[in-house]
Write a protein that binds this ligand. Structure first.
Ligand code: SAH
Ligand code: DHB
Ligand code: MG
Length: 216
């Protein structure tokens, strides 16, 4: 069992279920050309987010951590006519690439990109959102959970990315962005407003996982 094999299995399914998409490919190319890190979700994960948003019947989506808007495009495409997505990005260079990619995808009227640290822009938003994807600076995940709850309604779906990190989550002495997952998990365990689970993933992005939660 190796990353090479996981990647080939990802490709096997991607070829049939996620056929080449010129817009998403161009978005990744623009991200790479601009020197942004390749830490976007994988295609099958992007489609998973897309499907989850559709399953949830989401009309208003909040994303924390835009990067080049790869996950943003997958999520925005799940919206029905009249739906909207707010995405928060702190890095001006990332936001510039994201804005261009959102326009290239024809989603400029659907996606509202707010540039700035999420803890500064979150207080300016009004809820409720139906679906929240949290994928920014991991140490702030406990604070982002509180904001997601403030901006939610019963039934809102909340998804956190990168909660396994090659199994490092087991190590209480791991780096801060990993230990923050342990803290988030403790908070979720005792937070009466949500019900949560965690799912490990393997594939072209290595071994990682999502925490999935629904607001009670
Ligand atoms: N969701 C994207 C990947 C996001 S990578 C995708 O899958 O395609 C994480 C992003 O969070 C980076 O672009 C980083 O600049 C941004 N970020 C980091 N700290 C932040 C903060 N405090 N507020 C908003 N965005 C932040
Ligand atoms: C990192 C962040 C991500 O959102 C991701 O998907 C992978 C890695 C990081 O900060 O290292
Ligand atoms: Mg991520």
């Amino acid at each position: 069992m190796s990353k090479d094999l996981w990647t080939r299995v990802d490709s096997f399914f991607a070829q049939s279920l996620m056929p080449e998409d010129p817009v998403l490919q161009a978005a990744l190319q623009a991200s790479q050309d601009a020197g942004l890190p390749a830490i976007n979700v994988a295609p099958n994960q992007g489609k998973l987010l897309h499907l989850m948003a559709r399953m949830a019947g989401a009309r208003r989506i909040l994303e924390i951590g835009t990067l080049a808007a790869y996950s943003t495009i997958w999520l925005a495409r799940a919206l029905p006519a009249g739906g909207s997505l707010v995405t928060l990005e702190a890095d001006a260079a990332h936001a510039a690439v994201a804005r261009a990619n959102i326009a290239m995808a024809g989603l400029q009227d659907v996606v509202d990109l707010r540039e700035g640290k999420a803890l500064d822009t979150l207080p300016t938003l009004s809820g409720p959102f139906d679906f929240v994807f949290i994928d920014a600076d991991k140490t702030n995940n406990p604070a982002y959970l509180q904001w997601a709850l403030t901006l939610s309604r019963p039934g809102t779906t909340i998804v956190f990315d990168n909660v396994v990190r090659n199994g490092q989550v087991l190590d209480p002495d791991a780096e801060e962005k990993v230990v923050a997952v342990r803290r988030l998990t403790e908070i979720l365990a005792t937070e009466p407003r949500v019900s949560a689970t965690a799912v490990q993933t393997v594939g072209e992005k290595g071994w990682d996982g999502f925490i999935l939660a629904v607001v009670n």
